[in-house]
Design a protein around this ligand. Sequence first.
Ligand code: SF4
Ligand code: SF4
Length: 441
Amino acid sequence: MTKPNKLYLYFRSAGYTILVIGLLCLMVTSLLFHSISPQLWGLSGIALVTLGSLMVIVPDRLQQHVAHQNNELWQNNATSRGTWAWLLGVVLTGFYVLLYWFPETLQGLILAVEPLSQLLRNKPSDQWFLYGLFYTLAVIIMGVYALLKYRNSRYHLIRTASVIFFQLGFAFILPGLLLAFNQREYYFSYFWPLKYDYLFPGTVSYLVDNGAALGVFMVFWGAVFSFLATPVLTYFYGKRWYCSWVCGCGGLAETAGDPYRHLSDKSKKAWQWEVAIIYPVLGFIIITTGLLWLNSYMGGSLLGRFSSGFSRSYGFFIGSLFSGVVGVGFYPLMGNRVWCRYGCPMAAYLGLLQKHLSRFRITTNGGQCISCGNCSTYCEMGIDVRWYAQQGEPIIRASCVGCGICAHVCPRGVLKLENGPTEGRYQGTTLIQRDDLKILN
Ligand code: SF4
Ligand code: SF4
């Protein structure tokens, strides 16, 4: 690593100082909002945290050579399950617990972002606006980190820009504007089965009855993307079009979660858990949706008062507990794709399509592999990429989100993400044998 110059060190220290002052402002806002101006303190805190983070991230990444992308991740306490990682895990899980079950404790911060909520949504702020704002800021700030870290790769620059764009535009600004125009809040970048209730009869009838032409369009958009666009796009590009380019959960994982990608469990046991959990979650959504439609067709006589119980129990166990508390809270301990790997029904659906009905594969030029293991280490989905590379076998796994980091970190150019024809998709490359090298004979 090049020796950091003095100016950089001053800049970084100033960045850390501003970051800490910003965090203190946010703490004061949370605890003392009755006796101070929450807007002044809270918005200053958010601005200082943003500025301080960028002052640390930008020079830090720029003064590192592009080849030094993952240096010292395993030595750094914060990225190798050390004390700082545990502390961050506790803070993140604690935040999600407060957000879902004790939102009144966030009142100071909610009041702080009131002007922004009024400006965007023309509505009072609530805990979900606060969460959306923090989430989007995390994707943008750490998106800058990812853009600089992978600045030598066009694929990663475009992919990162794409997730920032979809989070900011489709998952934050657009739903806010809909509310400002007295329309239903709708996320055009989330589809059934991930947004499971978008195709529940209650939502569909509400949108069609109350949303006029826009409501009908929302139902049309959701149904077309779930049942037509998703299979077609996955056929051509694999699940990466969604998991690594569009989805907000993937967006956070690829930006804020990037420093933790090496922590994903690569064991066979983890793979078995993955299959044992994710497909039943998808099955649960399919059955729930089917039952609710049948119930609606039968005028409510099938499920009676239990009809809302299905979606509420899913919302609690999977939507809140799994996707938020565990899925993001455990980034520093279990890697950045816990939710995508073990719990997301959309990932399960896309994965089945990718495995059985897609042109996507990662081809491996096995003869070149030196078994360094970089690819497996940095695969966020816990795939033992090296095993496939050593055999010269293509990687066709339901869980692969096509992030492309395995190919990026491979020092030998063994791996290539391809959307080739389906014929010969499973065919491996011929390994170079010793006899093939007798070139002087
Ligand atoms: S196999 Fe490669 S492209 Fe697929 S998830 Fe793992 S690192 Fe990403
Ligand atoms: S990173 Fe490349 S060379 Fe290293 S084990 Fe993986 S495929 Fe082989």
